[in-house]
Design a binder for this molecule. Structure first.
Ligand code: XBP
Ligand code: MG
Length: 271
């Protein structure tokens, strides 16, 4: 399989961003005097709802308040989310959220091999711009042939819409792309669009069954961040995932029916 495009998810995949999002939400709540504060455990559950505005509405819908108060709070969502985005992008611009291991390396390998890069994210465009500029420099955005995110689609992940739009804008079929995700919603979205998907979960997303993934790794690995037990467990070429091996695994695993997990979680027997 020659990969025409790597389609990256952003939050949790390119960078471990959700703690910064969580803190930004809490700062926005404080600014509007709402008395809300999302703990890590609460936010981990709320991440089952993709999209910050949708997550806020979900939180408000679950509150035990009178309908008039619920309507008042729902009317605050746009300004709350705008405040949150300002707090979040400020942290990102200050370099508070680095790329995960191997992301820049795999991007370089892909570009050098003539493989295009794309982004398919539920997050807001301002967040993508801030992260790419802070981590990849002023030309960070130019490295991507296609960037689709936020409200460009009505139905957010796990719906396939954002990946289908990325494929359309790339002008390629699903079989010519690989998606790189971190969460079950993201995996479902990419798989529903027919794309072979690699999952690199974080604390915020690792309590899921990624059975429909082509491959699950703790991260992409890198020369200075080798994956434990590699090469030899799931990877053949090195202790990090390189483009040639990704293409080989996408071909081999796309016919397999089971994901292979580098570190089987307690509830999983090794397949
Ligand atoms: C993750 C999301 C986003 C972020 C918050 O996006 O679901 O909602 O949590 O960003 P992805 P916003 O993993 O698809 O990159 O508040 O801008 O939505
Ligand atoms: Mg994600």
């Amino acid at each position: 399989m020659s990969i025409d495009a790597l389609i990256f998810d952003v939050d949790g995949t390119m960078a471990d961003t959700e703690e910064a999002h969580r803190v930004a939400f809490n700062l926005a709540f404080e600014r509007q005097g709402l008395g809300w504060s999302w703990s890590p455990a609460a936010y981990r559950r709320l991440l089952e709802v993709t999209g910050g505005k949708e997550r806020l509405c979900h939180h408000i819908d679950a509150l035990d308040v009178a309908d008039t108060e619920r309507r008042r709070l729902l009317a605050l969502v746009p300004s709350l989310h705008a405040d949150k985005t300002k707090f979040y992008t400020a942290v990102v611009r200050d370099g508070g959220v680095p790329l995960r291991p191997g992301v820049a390396r795999l991007m370089d390998e892909a570009l050098a091999a003539g493989c295009r890069l794309a982004i398919a994210s539920t997050t807001s465009a301002a967040n993508v711009d801030a992260l790419l500029a802070a981590t990849l420099g002023a030309r960070g955005l130019d490295l991507f042939s296609v960037i689709v995110c936020g409200d460009r689609v009505q139905a957010k992940k796990p719906a396939p819409d954002i990946y289908a739009l990325a494929l359309r804008n790339l002008g390629i079929e699903p079989a010519s792309a690989v998606a790189i995700e971190d969460s079950l919603n993201g995996l479902r979205s990419a798989r529903a669009a027919g794309i072979w998907t690699l999952v690199t979960p974080t604390y915020w997303s690792d309590d899921a069954d990624f059975g429909d993934a082509g491959l699950v790794l703790p991260n992409l690995g890198d020369v200075d961040a080798p994956l434990q037990g590699e090469p030899g467990h799931l990877l053949r070429d090195a202790a990090w995932l390189g483009l040639p091996e990704l293409a080989r695994l996408a071909t081999a695993a796309s016919t397999a029916t089971h994901a292979t997990t580098l570190h089987p979680r307690p509830q999983e027997s090794f397949r």
